[in-house]
Design a protein around this ligand. Structure first.
Ligand SMILES: *[C@@H]1O[C@H](CO)[C@@H](O)[C@H](O)[C@H]1NC(C)=O
Ligand SMILES: *[C@@H]1O[C@H](CO)[C@@H](O)[C@H](O)[C@H]1NC(C)=O
Ligand SMILES: *[C@@H]1O[C@H](CO)[C@@H](O)[C@H](O)[C@H]1NC(C)=O
Ligand SMILES: *[C@@H]1O[C@H](CO)[C@@H](O)[C@H](O)[C@H]1NC(C)=O
Ligand SMILES: *[C@@H]1O[C@H](CO)[C@@H](O)[C@H](O)[C@H]1NC(C)=O
Ligand SMILES: *[C@@H]1O[C@H](CO)[C@@H](O)[C@H](O)[C@H]1NC(C)=O
Length: 370
C-alpha cells in the first residue's frame, strides 16, 4: 500500500517466518530491503524484480531456498550490496549477478551453491563509483545517510578478516566477495586478477581445484585472501609477495606444494597455521625446510659426478698399464713378433727419411729459384 513512498524497509533481527509476500514488488521506490536474521523461507519472490531502485538487498541468515534468480543481475542495476548468506540456496551462481556495475559487496557464503565460479567475475566494474548522476538515486541520498549512520538499522554484516564487523559506515569503500562454505568446484578463474579494487576475497570451504592464479599480484588492493579448505594444487605464486596491503592470508588444507614465496608483506604473515594441511609446502614459516633438501640433492649429484670422474681416471691408467705390459711381454717372448715389429719400424723409418730428404731438396730448390 505504501507503493512509491517507501524507501527503506528494515525488518532485520526478528522472528519472522513463512514466505515473503509477492506484493513486496509494488514498493517500486525501495532502496534498502533488509530482512536478515529471521526464519523466512521459500524462494526469493519474483516480484522483487520490480523494485528496480534497490541498492541494498540483504536476505542473509534466513531459511530461503531455491536458486539465485538471474533477474537480480538484470533488473536491479543499482545494487551495491547483495547478501544472501546463510540460507539454503542451491544451483550455480548466475553470471548475470557479476554484471552488476555498482556492486561493492557480494556475500553468498554458507549456502549450498554448486558449479563453477563464473568467468565473468572479472567484469565486475568496480571503478564506476556511486551512481550520483542517476536522479532518483540522488533524491534518496538522505536515506543513505540513514543506512550509513544508523548502525542498528540498516547495517550490512560482513565477515571480513575473520570477524563479523558492521561495515555500514564503510559501505562505499568496501569491496568484498565472500563465496565461502558452498560446494563450488572447478578452478578459480584467472579473470579474477582484473578485480584491482577488491579488498577481501573468501573462497574457503569449497571444492575448488587447479592453481591459485599466477597474476594474483595484480589485485593491488587485496587485504584479505582466504582459500582454505579446498583442493588447490601447484605452488603459491610469487606475485602474492607483491601485494602491499595483504594483512590476512589463509591457504590451509589444500594440496599446495613448493616453496612459500617470501618478501614484502608476506614476511609479516608468519603464523604457520595459514599454511597448515599442505604436506608439500616448504620454507618458513613452516618447519619443513626446502633448502636442506635442495642442497642434499645438489651435494648428492656432485659427489656422484666426482665418483664418475674418479672411475674414468682409474680405468684410463689401468688400461695404459695393462696395454703396455701386454705389448712389452709379447715383444720379449715372441721372436717372430719382435722381427716383424722392428723391421716394420725400420721400413717406416726409411720411408720417413726419404720423404724428409725429398722435401728438403724441393725446398732448397725453391729457395734457390727465388
Ligand atoms: C528450513 O526449511 C526446511 C525446509 O525447507 C525445514 O525443514 C527447516 O526446519 C527450516 N529451518 C528453520 C530453522 O526454519
Ligand atoms: C545441496 O544441493 C545438492 C544438489 O546440488 C542436493 O543434492 C542437496 O540435497 C542439497 N543439500 C541441502 C542441505 O540442501
Ligand atoms: C572465510 O569464510 C569462512 C567461512 O565462512 C570463515 O570461517 C573465515 O573466517 C573467513 N575468512 C576470513 C579471512 O574472513
Ligand atoms: C597432491 O600433490 C602431489 C604433488 O605435489 C600429488 O602427487 C598428489 O597426488 C596430490 N594429492 C591429491 C590428493 O591431489
Ligand atoms: C586458516 O583456516 C583454517 C581452516 O579454516 C583454520 O583452522 C585456521 O585457524 C585459519 N588460520 C588463521 C590464521 O585464520
Ligand atoms: C625433505 O626431506 C625430508 C626427509 O629427508 C622429507 O620428509 C620432506 O618431505 C622433504 N621435503 C621436501 C619439500 O621435499
Amino acid at each position: 500500500m505504501l507503493q512509491d513512498q517507501l524507501f527503506v524497509l528494515d525488518m532485520m533481527n526478528n522472528n519472522l517466518t513463512g514466505k515473503v509476500p509477492n506484493s513486496l514488488g509494488k514498493l517500486g521506490a525501495l532502496a534498502i530491503l533488509d530482512l536478515s536474521n529471521n526464519s523466512l523461507s521459500g524462494e526469493i519472490p519474483s516480484s522483487l524484480q520490480y523494485c528496480t531502485q534497490l541498492v541494498n538487498l540483504n536476505l542473509g541468515y534466513n531459511n530461503f531456498s531455491g536458486t539465485i534468480p538471474k533477474w537480480i543481475g538484470e533488473s536491479l542495476p543499482f545494487l551495491m550490496v547483495l547478501s544472501l548468506c546463510s540460507n539454503t540456496f542451491s544451483g550455480s551462481i548466475p553470471s548475470e549477478i557479476l554484471q552488476l556495475g555498482y556492486l561493492r559487496a557480494l556475500d553468498l557464503s554458507h549456502n549450498n551453491l554448486s558449479g563453477y565460479i563464473p568467468r565473468s567475475i572479472g567484469e565486475l566494474s568496480w571503478e564506476k563509483g556511486v551512481p550520483t548522476y542517476y536522479m532518483p538515486f540522488s533524491l534518496y541520498m538522505p536515506f543513505f545517510q540513514y543506512s550509513i549512520y544508523n548502525a542498528s538499522a540498516s547495517s550490512v554484516y560482513l565477515v571480513v578478516k575473520g570477524e563479523a564487523r558492521e561495515y555500514s559506515k564503510l559501505l562505499y569503500l568496501l569491496e568484498t566477495i565472500d563465496l565461502s562454505c558452498n560446494n563450488l568446484y572447478g578452478e578459480i578463474p584467472n579473470e579474477i586478477e582484473n578485480l584491482q579494487a577488491l579488498q577481501s576475497l573468501n573462497l574457503s570451504m569449497n571444492h575448488l581445484t587447479g592453481h591459485i592464479p599466477d597474476q594474483i599480484g595484480k589485485m593491488r588492493a587485496l587485504e584479505s585472501l582466504d582459500v582454505a579448505m579446498n583442493k588447490l594444487s601447484g605452488t603459491i605464486p610469487q606475485s602474492l609477495a607483491t601485494l602491499n596491503f595483504l594483512s590476512s592470508l589463509n591457504v590451509s588444507y589444500n594440496n599446495l606444494s613448493g616453496k612459500i614465496p617470501s618478501g614484502n608483506q608476506l614476511q609479516t604473515l608468519d603464523d604457520p597455521s595459514i599454511y597448515i594441511g599442505n604436506p608439500y609446502l616448504c620454507g618458513p614459516p613452516t618447519t619443513q625446510s626446502c633448502s636442506t633438501n635442495e642442497t642434499t640433492i645438489i651435494f648428492g649429484k656432485e659427489s656422484h659426478d666426482r665418483f664418475e670422474r674418479f672411475g674414468l681416471y682409474i680405468s684410463v691408467v689401468l688400461g695404459f698399464i695393462i696395454g703396455f705390459w701386454i705389448f712389452f711381454c709379447t715383444l720379449l717372448l715372441s721372436r717372430s713378433f719382435r722381427n716383424t715389429y722392428f723391421s716394420a719400424i725400420d721400413r717406416k723409418y726409411d720411408r720417413l727419411y726419404v720423404a724428409v730428404a725429398l722435401t728438403l731438396i724441393r725446398l732448397r730448390r725453391r729457395c734457390g729459384q727465388t
